[in-house]
Unconditional design. Structure first.
Length: 455
C-alpha cells in the first residue's frame, strides 16, 4: 500500500515538474504555428488579388467605373492688341510693340441641372469570380444663362471673334450605349470628340463637345438643353456637380449601395428591392474649377458586394493566433488542474487542425455563401478535434466539453466578423474574458509547488 502511495506521489511530481518545460514548449509551438497561418493569409491575399484582376479584365471588355462631369458652356474668344509705340528707356528710342493676338476661355455652369433615372446592376462572372456592371438610364436637362458681359475684353484690345460649345465628359467612352440626340434650343445636335485645342485640359476624363458656332459678345443668351444618358460602367458611378443648382435623383435594383464622395445623399431609402437617392447641391457647396478638373467634389455610388468573402476571410485569419492560444491555454490548464498530461505532438496536431479551418473557410466560401462555408468548416474541424480528444483523454465527456468550448469560440468569431465598427471592441472583450477565465480557474493553484517538487 505504501509502495503504491509512493508511486502516485512520484507520478504527480513528474507531472508538475514537466509543466514548466511544457509551458515553454507550448509557447514555441504556438509561434511555429504562425507559419501555416501566415501561409493561409497569403493565400487569401492572392485570391483577393486575382478577384481584383478579374474585375479589371471584365471592366476592360465593357467599361470601367464612370465619372460624369458637366455639361458646362465654354466660350472661346480672341482679342487683338494693336501696334503700340512706346519709349524704351534702355535704348532711349521710341519703339513699336507688334500687334498681339490673345486667346481666352470663359466657362459658364448651367443655371440648373437635373439628372434623373434608374441604375440597373447585374453580375458578370468569370469562373468563380464576379464583377458588378451597372447600366445607367437617365435623363439630363438644364439651362445656361449667359450674361451680356461674360466676354471680358482687356483695355486697349480689340475683339476679333468668339465661338461656343457645350462640354461634357465621362471617364470611359466605351460605356456609351448609344449616341444620344441632344436638344439644344429645340435643335437636335450630337456630341463629338474635339478636333481642336480650344478647350484642351478643361474637363478630366474623355471630353465631348457640341459646337454652337459663332458667339456674339454683346448678346445675352439662355440655352436650354436635354438629352438621354445611357451609360454602362463597372463597380461605381460618380457625378460631379458642375451647375449652380444640381438635382440628382436615382433609383436602382441594387440592395447594397455605398454612398461616398463629398456629397452623401440627404434623402435615401434602401430596401429589399433596391434603393432610391436624391441630392440637391448648390454652387455654394462646390468649387467650379475643382468640379471640372478633378473627381474630388463628386457624389459617388459604389455597387459593393454585400459579403466580401476575401475581406472576411482575411479578418478571420487574423484571429487564428487567438484560437490557438486559447485552445492551448485550455489544454495546459487542464493538465495542471486535472493532472491529465498531453504530449507536445498532440498540441501540434490540434493546432494544425485549427489552422486548416481557415484554409477550408476560404476554399468553401468561393462556392458557398460565407455563413454556410463557415458552418461547414467549423463543424468539420470541431468534429475532428472532439473525436481525437476522446481518444487522447479516454473520455467522451471531456472531449465534448472541449468541443463545446471550441463551438462557442467559433460562434464568437463569426459574430465579430459580422461587425465592422465594433469589431475591435468585441475582440478586446473576448481576450479579456479568456484571461479572466484562466485567472479565475487557477486562482487556488499553487504554482510554487512545481519548484518545490523539483527540489
Amino acid at each position: 500500500m505504501e509502495t503504491h502511495s509512493v508511486k502516485t506521489r512520484e507520478k504527480f511530481r513528474s507531472l508538475r515538474t514537466s509543466l514548466a518545460a511544457k509551458f515553454v514548449g507550448v509557447l514555441v509551438l504556438t509561434l511555429f504555428l504562425m507559419i501555416p497561418l501566415g501561409l493561409v493569409e497569403d493565400q487569401v491575399t492572392s485570391r483577393a488579388s486575382y478577384q481584383n484582376q478579374v474585375t479589371a479584365e471584365i471592366a476592360s471588355t465593357a467599361a470601367s467605373a464612370q465619372t460624369v462631369i458637366g455639361p458646362v458652356l465654354a466660350v472661346h474668344y480672341r482679342t487683338k492688341t494693336p501696334e503700340r509705340p512706346h519709349y524704351d528707356a534702355q535704348s532711349g528710342r521710341i519703339v513699336t510693340q507688334a500687334a498681339r493676338i490673345s486667346s481666352h476661355v470663359e466657362y459658364i455652369p448651367a443655371r440648373k441641372l437635373t439628372i434623373e433615372g434608374n441604375v440597373g446592376v447585374e453580375r458578370r462572372y468569370r469562373g468563380i469570380y464576379q464583377a458588378r456592371l451597372f447600366n445607367l438610364n437617365a435623363g439630363v436637362e438644364g439651362t445656361f444663362e449667359a450674361p451680356v458681359d461674360m466676354i471680358k475684353i482687356p483695355d486697349g484690345s480689340e475683339f476679333i471673334d468668339a465661338s461656343a460649345a457645350i462640354l461634357f465628359s465621362v471617364s470611359d467612352l466605351r460605356g456609351f450605349a448609344s449616341d444620344p440626340d441632344v436638344l439644344v434650343d429645340r435643335k437636335t445636335l450630337h456630341f463629338r470628340t474635339p478636333n481642336d485645342k480650344r478647350f484642351e485640359g478643361v474637363l478630366s476624363g474623355s471630353r465631348l463637345e457640341i459646337d454652337l458656332g459663332a458667339w456674339l459678345p454683346d448678346h445675352a443668351r439662355n440655352i436650354a438643353f436635354s438629352f438621354p444618358l445611357k451609360l454602362i460602367g463597372t463597380e461605381a458611378l460618380s457625378i460631379s456637380p458642375t451647375a449652380e443648382n444640381n438635382i440628382v435623383a436615382l433609383a436602382s435594383n441594387w440592395q447594397h449601395p455605398s454612398f461616398g464622395g463629398r456629397f452623401p445623399p440627404p434623402e435615401r431609402t434602401i430596401g429589399k428591392t433596391g434603393f432610391t437617392a436624391r441630392w440637391e447641391i448648390s454652387q455654394l457647396a462646390r468649387n467650379l474649377e475643382d468640379a471640372l478638373k478633378t473627381d474630388w467634389e463628386v457624389l459617388r455610388i459604389g455597387f459593393i458586394d454585400p459579403v466580401n468573402i476575401y475581406l472576411q476571410a482575411e479578418r478571420a485569419v487574423k484571429y487564428g493566433s487567438l484560437f490557438i492560444v486559447l485552445t492551448f491555454a485550455a489544454f495546459f490548464i487542464g493538465e495542471a488542474l486535472r493532472r491529465r498530461p498531453m504530449h507536445i505532438m498532440q498540441y501540434a496536431l490540434v493546432g494544425l487542425s485549427l489552422a486548416i479551418f481557415f484554409l477550408l473557410l476560404i476554399a468553401l466560401s468561393e462556392h458557398l455563401p460565407f455563413a454556410w462555408a463557415y458552418l461547414a468548416g467549423a463543424v468539420a474541424c470541431i468534429g475532428l478535434i472532439v473525436i481525437y480528444l476522446a481518444g487522447v483523454f479516454a473520455s467522451r465527456r471531456i472531449a465534448a466539453a472541449f468541443g463545446g468550448g471550441l463551438a462557442a469560440l467559433y460562434g464568437t468569431l463569426y459574430a465579430i466578423l459580422q461587425l465592422e465598427d465594433t469589431a475591435l471592441l468585441m475582440g478586446s472583450l473576448l481576450l479579456f474574458a479568456a484571461l479572466a477565465a484562466v485567472m479565475l480557474s487557477t486562482r487556488h493553484f499553487d504554482w510554487y509547488q512545481l519548484k518545490q517538487d523539483e527540489m
